[in-house]
Structures are given as C-alpha cells and as structure tokens.
Design a protein around this ligand. Structure first.
Ligand SMILES: Nc1ncnc2c1ncn2[C@@H]1O[C@H](COP(=O)(O)OP(=O)(O)O)[C@@H](O)[C@H]1O
Ligand SMILES: [Mg+2]
Length: 266
C-alpha cells in the first residue's frame, strides 16, 4: 500500500529561555502511514507528541529531517492535513452548519454542493437537528463531533488529531471513540492520532507507535489485529486487547524515566 505520510529522521530542539538551555523534544523520528491506515502515536507527557503533530501540520518546523504528504514536502499548513485539537476548534460566532461549511466556502464551492456536503457530515457525526446551534449551546462531546465534521468536510488527505477527547467525560469519550472508528472506516480516512492514553490508542488503531520519554524515540510499533467494527463492550473482552495494552505499557516504561531512574540507582 502507498505511504501517504512519511516522516524522515525528524528532530526538534527548542531553546528554553528560562533554563537558557536546549530542550531536545524529538530525535530522529521516522514513521510512515499508509493510505486508509489509522495510526496512533503514544508516549508519556512531554515526550514530543504534540511537537511531532505540529510539525506534520506545518505549524512548526523541524530542526532537521522532513515530512512528506503524498510525496510532497511539507513547508507549511495545508488543506491536505485537517487538524482536530483538544480545544474545540470551532468559530464561536458561527452555527454548527456554518462551522462545517466554512472550509468549503473558502474553497469557493457552489452553494448547493456546499450545503449537500455539510449536511452529509453533520448527519455522519450525529448532529442532525443541531445545525443552527452555536458552539456554546452544544455539549463538549457535540463540539468535538462538530470539529470532526468540519475537518472531514474538507476531504483532507490525512486527519491529524491531538488528544481530541481528553477534555470530555469518560462515558462520552468511549462513545466518541466508537463513532470515530465507524466514521473513519466508512470514509476510509487516513488518520494520525496522538494520545497518552494507551487503551484509547489500542481501541482506535490499526497500528500503535510508542515513543520513549523525551526526547521521543520509537520504542514499539505494534499492529493491532482486532476485528472491526469495534465496540468497547466486545473489545475489552478480547484477550488480545489486554496483551497489546500490556506490551505497549512495558515498552514505554522500560525506556521511560521510572525504570531509567531505578537503573541509575542500581
Ligand atoms: N515552544 C516551545 N518552547 C520550548 N520548549 C517547548 C516548546 N514546545 C514544547 N516544548 C518542550 O518540548 C517537550 C515536548 O513537548 P510536547 O510536544 O508538547 O509534548 P507532549 O505533547 O508529548 O506532551 C517538552 O519538554 C516541552 O516542554
Ligand atoms: Mg501534547
């Protein structure tokens, strides 16, 4: 299968103005995401996950290395990469409908086609009936659904998500995860998903890439062979789910600060 997104030897060093020292956030990260693949990148807080996604999105520049999307080098943000953040990426003064339609309007798409696509994605994320509501009139979960619809309506080559469900309650979060797997399978979306929640990554993904503590290096790249469609009730009963979770937990910890510190004292 074709590689849609390729990260080649990506490193990022920040200068910490308080400590007056360099912070190596990422070191030589290489990763390829194939067409229609759902890949999650996990790792402890501060290991460089958001840094990596921002570089893929073109919002930040790598210190060295490069990102290719459909073979073309990323030099800045682009409509080929749709991003959903933890914070609700909606325009507060626009209705659900207007938010979802926004990118299509920018593209100069004709009204009728625009409305058709907008309605399709609003229906797909389960927000029918809420077209005329403003973000403050929606629950947190509904706002994230609207954000997903807004991004998918633009038909991005790859969907980038940075801990998009971190701020919603646990029950809603599981529902949103089930919905996201159904939607991205239906739309055959290529997804790069960032989270520090290992179970979330296993549940959603075709592949999970685990990073060590800062600087983030790949310590595991695991194919998740669980049947789709996925529902939490079934997945948690599948012994493979626990096996994947345990393997990833071990990979992260054996390279993370906990064991590292223990080793240093041994
Ligand atoms: N703009 C910045 N300037 C300086 N240091 C930064 C900046 N952004 C991130 N960092 C540092 O880089 C490391 C990785 O951050 P980040 O990518 O946000 O981690 P994660 O998303 O995995 O929690 C952290 O140590 C963080 O403090
Ligand atoms: Mg982050």
């Amino acid at each position: 299968m074709t590689d849609i997104l390729v990260a080649r030897n990506v490193s990022k060093t920040y200068f910490d103005t308080v400590a007056q020292d360099n912070v190596v956030a990422l070191q030589g990260l290489s990763l390829a995401v194939r067409a229609h693949e759902f890949v999650s990148v996990i790792g402890p807080s501060g290991c460089g996950k958001s840094t990596f996604l921002r570089i893929v999105a073109g919002l930040d520049k790598p210190t060295s290395g490069e990102i290719l999307v459909s073979g073309a080098k990323v030099t800045g943000p682009g409509a080929d990469r749709g991003m959903v953040f933890q914070e609700y990426a909606l325009l507060p003064w626009k209705t659900t409908e207007a938010n979802v339609e926004f990118g299509l309007r920018l593209k100069g798409m004709a009204k009728e086609q625009r409305q058709q696509i907008t309605q399709r994605f609003i229906d797909l994320v389960g927000l029918s009936g809420f077209e005329k509501k403003y973000p403050h009139q929606l629950s947190g979960g509904m706002r994230q659904r609207a954000a997903v619809a807004r991004v998918l309506a633009n038909n991005p080559t790859v969907l980038l998500m940075d801990e998009p469900f971190a701020a919603v309650d646990a029950m809603t979060r599981q529902r949103l995860q089930e919905e996201l797997t159904a939607i991205t399978a239906h739309e055959r979306t290529t997804v790069l998903f960032i989270t520090h929640a290992i179970e979330e990554a296993v549940f959603l993904s075709d592949r999970v890439v685990a990073l060590s503590g800062r600087p983030g290096r790949i310590v595991a790249d695991l194919t998740i062979d669980l049947p789709r469609p996925r529902k939490w009730d079934d997945v948690v009963r599948d012994p493979r789910f626990n096996a994947y979770r345990d393997e990833l937990t071990q990979s992260i910890h054996s390279n993370g600060p906990v064991n590292g510190a223990a080793r240093a004292h041994a």
